[in-house]
Design a protein. Structure first.
Length: 324
């Protein structure tokens, strides 16, 4: 068989499945992710190896292990597959009404008002599109994007670099103190522990918790705590009940409206700090789709959260802002 016919016989599906198998190390995992049977995935891999006339995997081992030639081949096709997928996505979504599939992941910070409105808007803009919405932690959203399990995500920006993802900073969300209305002490007295009021923390495995703890360490502050939780609503309920105080953000505070009559939000005492929320996408995502998600969610955040807070808490105008 000539070299020309070998190249002609290369299948994009086979190349994509090879890349997935190299990353997952399991035919069954790739089958579950793609909706194909394990035998179909195996058939594509065997066909690719027969076309190339090399063994890409050591088939005697589990999990699947790339051979040396397989490692070289994977390295050489990464950029080509990225270019092909991006071109395919752009061609399919150049006309937004013809876009066919979108997997969107967001942190729960937006799930009460923003995401329902975003879903309706995208559904109207892309009437022929099948949507999959996923809510999870920022760390999980980022990992799913890197694994190409999502096309677009909205999350807090982690401390590590995101060189492999498209990163569009969206919102500067400053940290604030929230205390029970029944407490008459100043925020600086509470945080420095002149009050015997426990600090209610976010769970330590969350990005937001790491940012808060890092700032407290820089201030050489270690407030006593008796409660740790990954859910903002639960923390707000605990503060409203008078059991302690917490550090959160205006965006998260806005989601706890039912507790607002029992709690107060204050500027963080000392040097202010903030988290950055961003719209993220894997490198294969259509720019047309990314632009639509970005512009729509910006408009919704501005109208639903930022503008109302600037009116009710003018001291947030300089720190709580969309990032242009």
């Amino acid at each position: 068989m000539s070299q020309h016919s070998d190249i002609k016989d290369l299948s994009l599906k086979g190349l994509e499945l090879f890349q997935l198998c190299a990353r997952r190390g399991s035919l069954q995992a790739v089958a579950a992710e793609t909706g194909l049977s394990a035998s179909t995935v195996s058939h594509h891999l065997r066909s690719l190896e027969e076309t190339l006339r090399v063994d890409l995997f050591d088939h005697s081992r589990r999990p699947l292990i790339l051979t040396q030639k397989g490692k070289i081949f994977l390295r050489d096709i990464e950029d080509a597959l990225h270019t092909l997928r991006r071109a395919k996505a752009e061609a399919a979504a150049g006309n937004m009404s013809e876009a066919s599939y979108l997997r969107l992941g967001t942190i729960e910070d937006f799930d009460s008002d923003i995401i329902p409105a975003l879903a309706v808007s995208l559904f109207e803009s892309m009437p022929n599109c099948d949507f999959v919405y996923h809510t999870d932690s920022s760390l999980t959203i980022v990992q799913m994007l890197r694994n190409r399990q999502l096309d677009v995500g909205v999350s807090a920006t982690p401390s590590e670099r995101l060189g492999d993802l498209i990163d569009r900073p969206l919102l500067r969300d400053p940290f604030v103190m929230v205390v029970p209305k029944t407490v008459e002490l100043l925020p600086r007295d509470i945080i420095h522990d002149s009050a015997e009021l426990p600090f209610l923390r976010f769970s330590s495995n969350l990005i937001i918790a790491r940012q808060i703890e890092a700032q407290l360490r820089r201030m050489d502050i270690s407030p006593p705590h008796r409660f740790e939780c990954g859910n903002n609503q639960t923390l707000m309920a605990m503060v409203a009940a008078g059991t302690g105080w917490t550090i959160t953000t205006p965006l998260l505070f806005s989601r706890a409206r039912r507790f607002h009559e029992h709690v107060e939000m204050h500027r963080f005492p000392g040097k202010g700090f903030a988290r950055t929320l961003a719209v993220l996408a894997n490198a294969d995502c259509s720019r047309s789709v990314l632009n639509l998600v970005d512009s729509t969610i910006r408009s919704l955040i501005a109208d639903t959260v930022v503008k109302p807070f600037h009116e009710t808490a003018p001291w947030l105008k300089e720190s709580f802002q969309l990032i242009e």
